[in-house]
Design a protein around this ligand. Structure first.
Ligand SMILES: *Cc1c(COP(=O)(O)O)cnc(C)c1O
Length: 361
């Protein structure tokens, strides 16, 4: 069993635990007591440490704030519902993806194995913050940004890695309420050759206005389309998107404009293991419309760490509505939701070795 390394820990004097409302956890309303900090200077990541969570001191000309040289990750620590043991789900994948995002933004990447170790250390210190209910978790948010104060548009020579943790509830209250989605045919999330495959700050700031407009028209979420023609499905908000047509499940292929989700990859693996045809390929709105019209579009669902798996009821694209069949007892999205959370909470066998335990002595 992997141990966590010896990172210096300064414990908080007054924990916020007692004042935190664990009965109505949202997503990001509450944070745990500590954070992990690490600095990059003189060619290396130095002095990782866990300290009480507090505001950072930042140079007002920090390059990360001005030019968006900033990347992040998101993963969860779960509590076993039967054994109470703490589980991380495929943290190595998040660590590798952070390195890939760093690479795209010219940020010196922390070694992925080292980063997993830091995640484990923070989770071990914050163990009491991991909520107990099925579907709840401690969300871990590692983030790296350029801290050097300068004005030139160039890679910085100083960075800070900060990792905070937040006890979270189920993102979309319960599995069940299907989302109404708007296919966005004017704004673009990611263009080919851009930064769509990286988890970098600028990708998200640019989606706020389209998301606000979609919400004011009564939609829950946006389906992003390709930047060239706005004719092919790419992603649903901060989730990867899946379509079940007949006996096949299709998700857009990783073309460079799509975030390579850990949940996406896990869904593809589970479907294949269940003997279901699962394909990553380009899929057009015209094909989806045709499938819906012939009642072959059985399911639409989104998948991501925050929301797990969420059914989509309809997608409005220009002036027509693409509707999935009504949810049924044998819906794959429901089965995937239960299986993923089941593995994460130790109720379903982890046959793929996706779980890493964090044991506290
Ligand atoms: C993080 C993210 C996802 C989901 O990735 P997971 O690793 O499954 O959490 C999908 N799309 C976007 C744009 C994202 O930022």
């Amino acid at each position: 069993m992997a141990k966590t390394s010896n990172i210096p820990v300064t414990l908080i004097e007054q924990s916020a635990y007692a004042e935190t409302d664990f009965d109505s956890l949202g997503f990001g309303d509450a944070f745990s007591d500590h954070m992990l900090l690490c600095d990059w200077a003189d060619g290396e990541w130095k002095s990782p440490r866990i300290v009480p969570r507090k505001p950072l001191k930042v140079d007002p000309a920090a390059l990360g704030l001005h030019y968006g040289q900033s990347v992040f990750e998101g993963l969860k620590a779960y509590r076993g519902t039967g054994d109470n043991r703490i589980r991380l789900f495929r943290p190595d994948r998040n660590a590798q993806r952070l390195a890939a995002s760093c690479n795209r933004l010219c940020i010196p990447a922390p070694d992925p194995a080292q980063l997993v170790d830091w995640i484990r250390s923070l989770v071990a210190v914050e163990a009491k913050w991991i909520p107990a209910q099925f579907g709840e978790a401690l969300y871990i948010r590692p983030m790296i940004f350029a801290t050097e104060g300068h004005l030139a548009v160039r890679p910085a020579n100083r960075y800070t890695l900060v990792m905070v943790a937040a006890p979270v509830g189920q993102y979309f209250a319960q599995y069940g309420r299907p989302l109404r989605v708007k296919a966005e045919d004017r704004y673009t999330r990611a263009a080919s050759g851009g930064t769509g495959a990286a988890k970098t700050a600028g990708n998200y700031g640019a989606t706020l206005k389209p998301m606000f407009e979609a919400a004011s028209e009564g939609f829950d979420q946006i389906l992003w389309l390709d930047g060239d023609e706005h004719a092919y499905a790419e992603e649903a908000g901060q989730m990867n998107i899946f379509f079940r047509i007949g006996d096949e499940v299709i998700t857009p292929e990783l073309s460079g404009t799509i975030l390579p989700g850990v949940t996406r990859d896990s869904v593809l693996s589970l479907l294949k293991q269940w003997g279901i045809k699962a394909t990553a390929r380009r899929i057009s709105m015209a094909e989806l419309r045709k499938a819906a019209e012939s009642e072959g579009l059985l399911e639409i669902f989104g998948a991501g760490t925050a929301a797990v798996v969420v059914p989509v009821d309809s997608i409005q694209y220009q002036d027509f509505d693409i509707r999935a069949c009504p949810p049924s007892a044998n819906s794959l999205s429901q089965r995937l939701f239960q299986s993923l959370l089941g593995i994460q909470h130790g109720q379903v066998d982890d046959t793929n070795n996706w779980i890493q335990f964090v044991d506290i002595e």
